[in-house]
Design a protein around this ligand. Structure first.
Ligand SMILES: *Cc1c(COP(=O)(O)O)cnc(C)c1O
Length: 305
């Protein structure tokens, strides 16, 4: 709907000079003013489909701090859809900053017990949900479907500058799948799972790429040891890295996805993982909206927002 402008920000750091590699950050976080980074890529074609199907309400699932919930709420407000978010667990008041913003955008929230929430991918359960009101468009948790993969292929097809390696954080793997499909066998793509036990993404991503492009690619891999204890967990080392990165490069990463990915990228560079002369691009998928809630939850003083 809105043409994207590509913003590639080269970094300078003594380590990069020493190892003879180039590292740039692709500022997908700046792509859209209210719908952050990869969530905008993932929603774009879904919003067009929802409009074509004359749907009036976007329905989705998510955790209480989820960037996806935030993005769907903002997209609904901007593009004139009602939004309905099914959340895992019980209502906690006051609402956390993510949910406050979502409701301010007009999103209606409903709460599912943990056992109900487990059914979120079940087609019969989804059919029940769609029966509750007419003209609903269902977006899966995290927003990953084939239209989302299609949107994420454009992260690659819009790149003008030459690159050798693309690095991206992974949750459901939809963004990674789009990048792999978009790269179409060219270069090397590295996914950094934000969850512990991220190897399950090997199969998920392979299937998504296969379903979207009708083929398999082997020029991608997962680096599964940068989860820092698991989803939404962190260590002082990770927070120190994110803070240092902000001071040095003026780029605010998020603690759930992009902080871990860039930590991993620097660690791999340090360990001579990349040959001299390699041009590495790290995709900043956004997620900064999560900081407010994250700071409250872990009683952190930084970042000052
Ligand atoms: C959702 C999200 C991801 C993960 O995207 P997937 O397509 O689910 O793998 C990565 N980074 C940020 C900032 C996100 O919000």
């Amino acid at each position: 709907m809105v043409p994207a402008t590509v913003l590639l920000q080269p970094l300078s750091d003594p380590l990069l000079t020493e190892k003879g590699v180039e590292l740039s950050v692709l500022r997908e976080d700046l792509l859209h003013p209210t719908i952050p980074g990869n969530k905008w890529r993932k929603l774009n074609y879904n919003l067009l489909a929802a409009r074509e199907q004359n749907c009036e309400t976007l329905v989705t699932f998510g955790g209480a701090f989820s960037n996806h919930i935030a993005a769907v709420a903002a997209a609904g407000q901007e593009f004139g859809f009602a939004t309905l978010g099914y959340l895992r667990g019980e209502e906690t008041l006051p609402l956390n900053p993510t949910l406050q913003n979502a409701t301010a955008c007009g999103m209606q929230l409903r709460y599912l017990s943990r056992s109900e929430y487990r059914l979120r991918h079940d087609v019969r359960f989804q059919a029940e949900i769609l029966k509750t009101a007419p003209k609903q468009y269902l977006l899966p948790e995290g927003g990953t479907n084939l239209l989302a993969v299609k949107g994420c292929t454009e992260i690659v097809s819009e790149m003008i500058e030459p690159w050798d390696v693309l690095c991206v954080a992974a949750g459901t793997g939809g963004t990674l799948a789009g990048i792999v499909a978009g790269a179409a066998g060219k270069g090397q793509v590295i996914g950094f799972p934000a969850l512990k036990g991220g190897n399950f993404l090997q199969e998920e991503v392979t299937e998504l790429v296969q379903a979207y492009s009708g083929r398999r690619y082997v020029n991608w891999e997962l680096q599964t040891s940068y989860h820092f204890g698991g989803y939404a967990k962190h260590t002082p080392e990770l927070l120190g890295f994110i803070q240092g990165f902000h001071t040095q490069h003026g780029i605010l990463l998020d603690p759930v996805y992009t902080g871990k990915m860039l930590f991993g990228v620097f660690d791999l560079i340090e360990k001579d993982y990349f040959a001299r002369g390699t041009k590495i691009v790290a995709v900043h998928t956004g997620g900064q909206q999560g900081w407010k809630g994250y700071k409250e939850r872990y009683r952190l003083e930084w970042p000052v927002l």
